[in-house]
Design a protein around this ligand. Structure first.
Ligand SMILES: *Cc1c(COP(=O)(O)O)cnc(C)c1O
Length: 394
């Protein structure tokens, strides 16, 4: 994929040749070297709930999870994940056969693709993509087929006809991400229903990345694809504790799906990490059972930060696509007289003391992504205000 810088790498095999180092490493190094505010990579600058941190400490002290946990994940966490899906979405999963704990959503994505895609199969994914998708599809020997979200009335939208046209006899699965990183788009119920109909009609598997399920700002909230008719049996739903509980370093993710799908994904997963994050699994089990007030307060505080950054970027002259979900704002830099997001982001630390990510790294079609730049707002309000001030002064 284009997201990576590719210097000469004689040892890296052909499948991965395009995936040298991620842009995040380059931009984070630049942030450190220039003392810039890093709104590039999406990690919070404050940790999640104290009581959940304490739950992890307790697990460590009590000797829970310090040795290899069970392959599918500790029973307490699998039960908590099933309860969460039931309570939020009315989806019922058997914790023993339909839930799998993974090393973050990243491993869940990789294991799903490695398990379900045959070499040569086509995987249809929404472009711009989260950067691990392209690499995981490549590792599975699949071919990625992008369907590009395009700007329309202030947000990036999916063209359903384009999606239909992208499906061929070689298509094995649809890889869907909503709320969508980097655009902040939340697919509407009608869009999701159309995706579901297409999947049923063409007998496709669907892998859905729902790591921002608790960060939907406007409207009805998150609707999992697995809730649509005919979808529960063909959908691998992926969640993660990292974004929802502000512990991105713990790397606790999960898959919920029908038993045959979970069993397939587990086969791949067991030879990637086998298991991970032992004590943290117990803590995340407690986190998932936090009262609704936690999730509401988390969403409310991120919404306030979205507004601070979105208003700051607007004041600085960017065109802002106000995100309906996630913790990223995508902007168009053309109103600033710029058109190359890469050059803009490489110069921004020197010019303004702020780091952002060029969206082109998330595109096969670099041209389509060229004028867009992504800023993360999962930072303290004073940090966002300072960044906004620096950008305005630029
Ligand atoms: C952060 C992120 C992930 C990775 O989640 P981890 O649990 O940290 O592995 C996956 N998908 C999207 C869209 C993300 O933004």
């Amino acid at each position: 994929m284009t997201g990576m810088t590719s210097s000469a790498r004689p040892h890296l095999n052909r499948r991965l040749a395009a995936f040298g180092t991620t842009i995040f490493a380059e931009m984070s190094a630049l942030a450190v070297a220039t003392g810039s505010i890093n709104l590039g990579q999406g990690f919070p600058d404050t940790d999640g709930p104290e009581e959940i941190r304490e739950a992890a400490v307790r697990a460590l002290r009590d000797g829970r999870g310090n040795q290899y946990p069970p392959g599918p994940g500790v029973p307490e966490l699998r039960t908590a994940i099933a309860a969460h899906q039931q309570r939020r979405y009315g989806l019922s999963y058997d914790p023993d056969t339909e839930v799998l704990v993974t090393a973050g959503a990243t491993e869940a994505i990789a294991a799903s693709l490695l398990a379900l895609v045959e070499p040569g199969d086509e995987v249809v994914a929404l472009e711009p993509y989260y950067d691990s998708y392209a690499a995981s599809i490549a590792m599975a020997g699949g071919t990625r087929v992008p369907v590009t979200l395009r700007p329309q009335d202030g947000s990036f939208r999916l063209d359903l006809d384009e999606l239909r046209a992208a499906v061929t006899d070689r298509t094995r699965l649809l890889l869907v991400n909503t709320p969508h990183n980097p655009t902040g788009t939340v697919l509407t119920r009608a869009e999701l229903a159309a995706i579901a109909e297409l999947a049923v009609e063409r007998d496709l598997l669907v892998v859905t990345d729902e790591v921002y399920e608790h960060l939907v700002f406007d409207g009805a909230g998150h609707v999992p694809l697995a809730t649509f008719p005919g979808m529960r049996e063909r959908t691998v739903s992926i969640g993660s504790a990292g974004k929802t509980f502000s512990f991105t370093g713990w790397k606790v993710g999960w898959v919920t799906a029908a038993p045959e799908l979970v069993s397939a994904v587990r086969s791949a997963k067991q030879f990637l990490t086998y298991v991970a994050s032992g004590p943290f699994q117990y803590a995340v089990a407690e986190a998932l059972a936090l009262p609704d007030s936690y999730f509401e307060e988390f969403r409310r505080s991120m919404l306030a930060r979205r507004d601070i950054l979105a208003e700051g970027l607007t004041a600085a002259g960017f065109e802002v696509f106000r995100p309906a979900g996630t913790y990223f704002v995508t902007t168009d830099i053309r109103p600033l007289g710029e058109k190359d997001g890469f050059a803009f982001c490489r110069a921004l630390p020197e010019r303004a003391g702020v780091v952002a990510i060029p969206n082109a790294v998330f595109y096969d079609d670099r041209e389509a992504g060229a004028p867009f730049v992504r800023f993360a707002f999962c930072k303290r309000e004073e940090v966002l205000r300072e960044a906004a001030e620096r950008l305005r002064a630029m």
